[in-house]
Design a protein around this ligand. Structure first.
Ligand code: AMP
Length: 429
């Protein structure tokens, strides 16, 4: 069988690499892919953009692709799964209506409230009914969110009423394009942030191994927010008791609620949660796809066949599938271009990839492109070096050995990925 992976980042490299390990898979195409997916056995890149749904469908039909797996949220929110279904092609991911869980924050907040799933108190406004007096009456800080997809930049934490009013007014005036036509104003929550990712199919659900990512650019969780500078799995913060609570209070009622609302969910579902001091798992956001960089360490630990897992979800037989995990921990360090996440450099030659290929662990590519025999940087997040080890600490050493073998001009990476888990490991030994 042939598989098509839609996207070109580190998550998609990991998805494609994992699908290629299935004995049933003859070839994996990646659209558009990167220099890493171009080099991988059984993989090849296809020059089609991830959001060109018609061209992707035509390619899948011509090549008789048996399974398409969509990496990024853009094509899901735009309805790629519905379009493939109309043409009778298997495409793993939520429908356009179900992808609203990521595509519209006001939809999600209303959904959570209606189904009594824990989340921060909120109000939504459009330009027609925006009332600064509401903001002035709220306790600080306040979180102002653009309703639609804003490439991870549509959330602003405001310490003063004036900045919250200015941020909301700016969004409503078009600073985020149509994504800001509606804004959500939300109470600020304290606690520890946890991500929880499952494979879902209607009411059936298989939780993936737990993970935690690092969103801030600099060591000690400082500096600007990014798409993610590293992640590890398992996340010891998700104790068995917390795991059970998240399933019972968030994942199960969400899937049940969506089904009852007539929009059953199939695909990866990513819940971003803030765990309050009393253990309440408050939903900050849902993503309708796998996390990046969480996918890289999680898929390094997946021993089961990913293609079989996606097919079981599409067929509604997830409840009959068992998933096996490598008992070791995995930890991924993102290597980013100088200047990321703002204006970053591209076109720098990357050295050391061949040496790294002989070391334990795995380097997944994200923003890379080939130019002759060289591999050049071509995005903000360039590589993700993943190590496996008996503890998170041991996996961290393997990952940083890979990082230290690789270099380019103005490369930047955090030196403390996994620090919370490693502190917990030290405390318990
Ligand atoms: P979101 O895209 O909604 O997850 O927001 C991005 C980031 O903003 C989250 O990962 C949190 O770190 C932070 N955030 C969002 N909403 C809240 C909130 N209500 N309270 C505290 N932090 C938040």
């Amino acid at each position: 069988m042939k598989v098509l992976i839609v996207g070109g980042g580190g998550r998609e490299h990991a998805l494609a690499w994992k699908c290629a390990q299935s004995a049933r898979v003859q070839h994996v195409f990646v659209a558009p892919g990167n220099a890493g997916t171009a080099r991988e056995p059984k993989l090849s890149n296809v020059e089609i953009a991830a959001d060109d749904i018609e061209a992707l469908l035509e390619f899948a039909s011509t090549e008789n692709v048996g399974l398409t797996v969509v990496g990024p949220e853009g094509p899901l929110v735009a309805g790629i799964v519905d379009r493939f279904a109309e043409a009778g092609r298997a495409c793993f991911g939520p429908s356009r209506a179900a992808a609203c869980l990521e595509g519209s924050k006001s939809f999600t907040k209303d959904f959570l409230q209606r189904h009594r799933i824990p989340t921060a108190a909120y109000a939504t406004f459009t330009a027609a009914n925006f009332d600064p007096r509401f903001i002035r009456a709220q306790p600080l800080p306040l979180v102002v969110k653009a309703d639609g997809l804003a490439a991870g930049k549509g959330v602003v934490i405001c310490d003063t009423h004036e900045s919250a009013i200015a941020t909301a007014s700016g969004m409503l005036a078009g600073s985020f394009g149509a994504a800001g036509n509606t804004v959500v104003i939300e109470q600020f929550l304290r606690g520890e942030e946890v991500s929880f990712i499952v494979v879902a199919s209607g009411d059936q659900v298989v939780p993936l191994a737990t993970s935690q990512d690092h969103k801030r650019r600099d060591d000690g969780d400082q500096g600007p927010n990014t798409g993610g500078m590293g992640a590890y799995s398992p996340a010891p913060v998700v104790t068995p008791a917390l795991h059970a609570r998240i399933m019972r209070e968030v994942i199960e009622p969400t899937l049940r609620g969506l089904r009852r609302d007539g929009i059953p969910y199939t695909g990866f579902l990513y819940a971003g949660l803030m765990i309050a001091e009393d253990g309440t798992p408050n939903v900050l956001e849902f993503n309708c796809r796998f996390g990046d960089p969480e996918a890289q360490p999680i898929l390094m630990r997946l021993e089961s066949d990913l293609v079989a897992l996606c097919e079981a979800a599409l067929e509604g037989s997830l409840d009959r599938i068992g998933v096996r995990w490598d008992s070791r921990a995995a930890l991924g360090v993102v290597m980013a271009a100088g200047g990321y996440p703002e204006n970053y450099c591209t076109g720098d030659a990357i050295t050391g990839l061949d040496a790294a290929a002989h070391l334990p662990g795995k380097v997944f590519h994200a923003g890379t492109r080939a130019s002759g025999s060289q591999i050049l940087t071509a995005g903000g997040r360039v590589l993700c070096a993943v190590g496996l080890g008996t503890t998170v600490g041991a996996a961290q050493r393997v990952a940083y050995d890979l990082v230290h073998a690789i270099h380019w001009n103005r490369v930047q990476y955090r030196r403390d990925i996994g620090h919370r888990a490693i502190t917990r490991e030290r405390e318990t030994t």
